[in-house]
Design a binder for this molecule. Sequence first.
Ligand code: SF4
Ligand code: SF4
Length: 70
Amino acid sequence: MMMEIPVLYKGKEECCGCTACYSVCSKGAITMIADDEGFDYPGIDSEKCIGCKMCIKVCPIKRIFEKTEK
Ligand code: SF4
Ligand code: SF4
């Protein structure tokens, strides 16, 4: 089965660590992981992710980028 695992952010400027994606994932596939400076960023477990993209839909920053990039 082809399944696309979404990219939550390409660079840290695309993620403010709000944990909305983490909260919305019904599969518990997202873990918040602290970087070197102690800021949490989400990571997706490809074994658990079903590619529903709810995490992308709920992300406030993705919405801003969608508007400006088109
Ligand atoms: S695509 Fe769905 S299952 Fe995968 S991490 Fe996002 S919310 Fe979770
Ligand atoms: S919803 Fe978007 S901004 Fe919030 S933690 Fe997830 S990827 Fe980062």
